[in-house]
Design a protein around this ligand. Structure first.
Ligand code: PLP
Length: 231
């Protein structure tokens, strides 16, 4: 099933790239494996997938302890500062930076490991109460503020668009995120040059690609529905 799903997702990505006049290589598919067993991840790996996304630190730790092949693991979920210490050397990117305390802790832990952590700033484009992320108006000042942290590399922006059965309705948020990235780049903040937009999930990744996504995060579309009942 995963194999067939991946074929469909790949075809959709290619179509969206074509429609937008983009090179397929500009878009990286993150296979969101949260709640799914290692056997599912191995099946995706056998289809050539090497980039995975998880939203819980413990789950990334468990899975990377078991799977020794070189893969890229992205931390895409809300992150508490006290869990950051487990991520250097394990996650290649953190997509959910939205407050100073978290940024400071990433700085501290990355410095301890003598590495620079790639991060994205999470933006709550639709202003949903239920979602994390900064309000779009707050992002520029936040980026300026944390640009002084030398062990963080701000690679770009991430958003989780509203859940909808009408993906076209999320286009405005994806377009807004891209504009925000361009505006921030135009400010020429020292040490900040954003090249990454993490946007689009199973319901809307084609639209996100048309609007400039460089990472799409697809879970259900690859691995099927998640079952949270046992957790
Ligand atoms: C779960 C999750 C996804 C994947 O969602 P699907 O709708 O299953 O594709 C993407 N991004 C984040 C941040 C998630 O938590």
């Amino acid at each position: 099933m995963i194999k067939e799903n991946l074929k469909i997702v790949e075809k959709n990505i290619e179509e969206a790239c074509k429609k937008a006049g983009r090179d397929r290589k500009e878009v990286t598919l993150i296979a969101v494996s949260k709640t799914k067993p290692v056997s599912d991840i191995r099946e995706a790996m056998s289809c050539g997938i090497t980039v995975f996304g998880e939203n819980k630190v413990q789950e990334i730790r468990d899975k990377t302890a078991e799977i020794k092949e070189p893969l890229s693991w992205h931390m895409i979920g809300h992150l508490q500062a006290n869990k950051v210490k487990y991520l250097p050397g394990v996650a290649c990117m953190i997509h959910s930076v939205d407050n100073r305390k978290l940024a400071d802790e990433i700085e501290k832990q990355a410095a301890k490991h003598d590495l620079v952590m790639d991060v994205l700033i999470e933006v709550n484009m639709a202003g949903e109460d239920t979602k994390f992320g900064l309000a779009p108006e707050a992002v520029k000042d936040f980026v300026k503020e944390i640009s002084e942290l030398k062990h963080l590399r701000i690679r770009g922006l991430m958003t989780i668009a509203p859940y909808t059965t009408e993906p076209e309705s999320n286009r405005q948020y994806f377009r807004g995120l891209r504009q925000l990235k361009d505006e921030i780049n135009a400010l020429n903040i020292e040490g900040v040059s954003m090249d990454t937009l993490s946007m689009g999930m199973t319901g809307d990744y084609q639209i996100a690609i048309e609007e400039g996504a460089t990472f799409v995060r697809v879970g259900t579309g690859i691995f099927g529905e998640r079952d949270y009942s046992q957790k």
